[in-house]
Design a protein around this ligand. Structure first.
Ligand SMILES: Cc1cc2nc3c(=O)[nH]c(=O)nc-3n(C[C@H](O)[C@H](O)[C@H](O)COP(=O)(O)OP(=O)(O)OC[C@H]3O[C@@H](n4cnc5c(N)ncnc54)[C@H](O)[C@@H]3O)c2cc1C
Length: 447
């Protein structure tokens, strides 16, 4: 009998897992359950379609349904799993009853946190996630003149930019003093805030959401905040991502402090033959060991591949993370690796810092863009522990590199003397990372 792996979830983690099982055991039966009508689309592209930078939603589909049939992966669409019985190794599936498994992967992803204020059931509150709903909402956006975005989370930042670029009067309501305040430093966000101003965004920082207010037809008409009432034809709710773990919790899988499923390096859960991956799990930060939940689609996909490979009888490991990240924000791109000053301070991690304002190409080459790099290093050893950047090009590549530099213990000295590509159209003579490391070393010498 072939091994049968059931996967709950058809997002990045679930599909990564399906491929992982097949790679480890091509003869395995692989069944994927998803509550959605589709798999294999990129939710990451949705804000860019709303912002009219990507012309249509069809481009976000990465593979058709036939691709999975051809690969021997049996995807059950619009099908919810309602229970998991770890003792008898069965799941309960709506419309199918009890379905047995040899190995199981939980990849149930995330939910946006409930804003927890009155009016949450009004029409006109948009939670950006499912592509079919996004297509419907995109038509609504055609006639919207005024919108409110709740919370300057990573998605909030993308949606503020998208709506403003679409010509909608966009108000941002956020309880913190600057956007992404829990992870990004204020000096990195300052140019973004300025560019939002140029795009007509009205930001309400230090402002707490108190209620969604409705009209007589039950549609949102405004949000009540600690600063007063803000009119809104629609509200995009971008609260933080929470692990969607109702099923896992009921089945008794051990959850960690973030609410994410606890997994070991093989992505095994506390229950035998059950693996988990993606936004429903927590993974330790490589330096601090602080558990992190709700990372990115690329983390979810890579974790899914490992979970799937092991569910298929393989033996792969997924290690602690150093979190390279990046996103366009207003007219800028922000990014980094590990953490910045705000997080280091909050966690009581001592650091020395070096900052440089560099450029992305030769200073005379058309289209040259500014690149600001900030490096954090451990006092004494001067090992890199984090980095943050704001610029207009080359941020992603630097973030990926700097995450590896943190992981492998590069020091400020290593970075200050690193070789770099100089070619007028693609790179400046002085690499901004080198300048930031050198500035840190110079300021330490002056102390
Ligand atoms: C608008 C948007 C923009 C994003 N932008 C980026 C980006 O720029 N970069 C990036 O790296 N990532 C991005 N992401 C990815 C994202 O933040 C997550 O990290 C990623 O979606 C996690 O994948 P996942 O498979 O763990 O979970 P999800 O994508 O949440 O998938 C969960 C799956 O589980 C299914 N499911 C849940 N419960 C059940 C059940 N009981 N029965 C059956 N099926 C169930 C759902 O139907 C779904 O298929 C974006 C996501 C969104 C929505």
């Amino acid at each position: 009998m072939p091994r049968k792996t059931v996967i709950i979830g058809g997002g990045a983690a679930g599909l990564g897992a399906a491929g992982g099982v097949k790679a480890a055991d091509p003869g395995a039966d692989v069944v994927v359950y998803t509550e959605y009508e589709d798999v294999a689309y990129s939710p990451c592209g949705i804000p860019y379609v709303h912002g009219k930078e990507i012309p249509d939603f069809e481009r976000l589909f990465l593979a058709g349904k036939q691709t999975y049939i051809d690969a021997g992966i049996d995807v059950h669409y619009s099908t919810a799993v309602t229970a998991l019985d770890t003792a008898h190794k069965v799941v309960t599936v709506v419309g199918e009853g009890q379905v047995s498994y040899d190995t199981l992967v939980v990849a149930t992803g995330f939910n946006y946190a409930d804003p927890g204020v009155p009016g949450g059931d009004l029409a006109g509150l948009y939670y950006v996630k499912n592509i079919r709903r996004a297509m419907e909402w995109d038509k609504v956006l055609d006639s919207v003149k005024k919108a409110v975005v709740v919370d300057a989370s990573p998605l909030g930042v993308e949606m503020v930019t998208a709506l403003a670029q679409r010509g909608i009067e966009t108000h941002l309501v956020d309880p913190y003093p600057w956007p992404l305040a829990e992870m990004v430093d204020p000096d990195i966000m300052a140019p973004v805030e300025e560019s939002w101003g140029e795009l007509g965004v009205v930001a309400h920082y230090n402002s707490t959401l108190e209620a969604f207010l409705g009209d007589h037809s039950g549609h949102v008409r405004a949000v009540q905040t600690s600063e007063g009432e803000l009119e809104a034809e629609i509200v995009v709710v971008c609260t933080h991502k929470e692990p969607n773990n109702t099923l896992a919790a009921k089945a008794g899988l051990k959850l960690g402090s973030t609410g994410g499923v606890i997994v070991d390096a093989r992505m095994s859960t506390s229950a035998s033959d059950i693996f988990a991956a993606g936004d429903c799990v927590e993974i330790p930060h490589g330096l601090t060991r602080v558990p992190l939940q709700g990372l990115t689609g690329s983390h979810a996909y890579a974790q899914g591949k490992v979970a799937g490979a092991n569910a298929g009888g393989g033996n792969r490991a997924y290690r602690a993370v150093y979190v390279p990240w990046g996103t366009p924000a207003g007219k800028w791109v922000i990014g980094g690796a590990s953490f910045g000053e705000t997080t280091a301070t909050a966690l009581g991690i001592p650091y020395v810092v070096g900052t440089a304002q560099g450029i992305s190409r030769a200073r005379y080459y058309p289209g040259v863009k500014p690149v600001k790099v900030k490096l954090l290093a451990e006092p004494g050893s001067l090992r890199l522990i984090g980095a943050q950047m704001v610029g207009q090009e080359g941020i992603k590549e630097r973030a990926d590199f700097l995450a590896m530099a943190v992981k492998f213990g590069f020091t400020l000295g290593d970075l200050a003397t690193m070789e770099n590509v100089y070619s007028p159209a693609i790179g400046a003579l002085n690499e901004p990372i080198v300048l930031a490391a050198q500035n840190a070393l110079d300021s330490l010498k002056r102390r």
